[in-house]
Each structure stands twice: as C-alpha cells, then as structure tokens.
Design a protein around this ligand. Sequence first.
Ligand code: FES
Length: 92
Amino acid sequence: MGKFSTPEEIIYVCTGSKCGKKGGKAMYKLLRSYLKHAKTIEVIRTDCTDRCKFAPVLCFQPQNIWLKEYSEREVLQLLEKLVQKEESQGYD
Ligand code: FES
C-alpha cells in the first residue's frame, strides 16, 4: 500500500463557473503559490458548491470558516493567522 497522508488544515477554493470568473481561479493559484512550502495546510479547488450568488466563495477546514465575495486581502489576512499558528506549533 502507498503512503496516504492527510493535511491538518485545508482551504477549499471554489473554481466553479461563477466563482472562477469572479476571482476563484486566481485565488487558487495565489494560495497554491503562497503555501508551496507549508507542511500542514493544503489548498484544494472544488467545483461549484451551490453558493454561486455569493461568488467567489472558499472555506477553511476544519475551522469551517467560509468567506463569500472575498477580497484577496481578506483571504491572505486569515491565512496569515493560520500560518502563524502553524509556525507557533513548530511545523516549520
Ligand atoms: S461556482 Fe462557486 S459556488 Fe457555484
């Protein structure tokens, strides 16, 4: 059997049709780049999450924090808090 690892935290970025056009695809790329060396946080893109009227949407798990109509600044601020938490726990 192969090694199967699971991240402690996941950011699900909707890149469905509506969200993708409203910044979801760009946010996915940005987060992938930003978290390239993170060991415990992973970014996963999702298809439509049935919240199109709030596009773009993403969510942080396991915190279950959902952001709607987000700005890049808002997402990065929240992410910075998670990264600081990760570093304070000695995962760096
Ligand atoms: S495309 Fe993102 S919620 Fe529908």
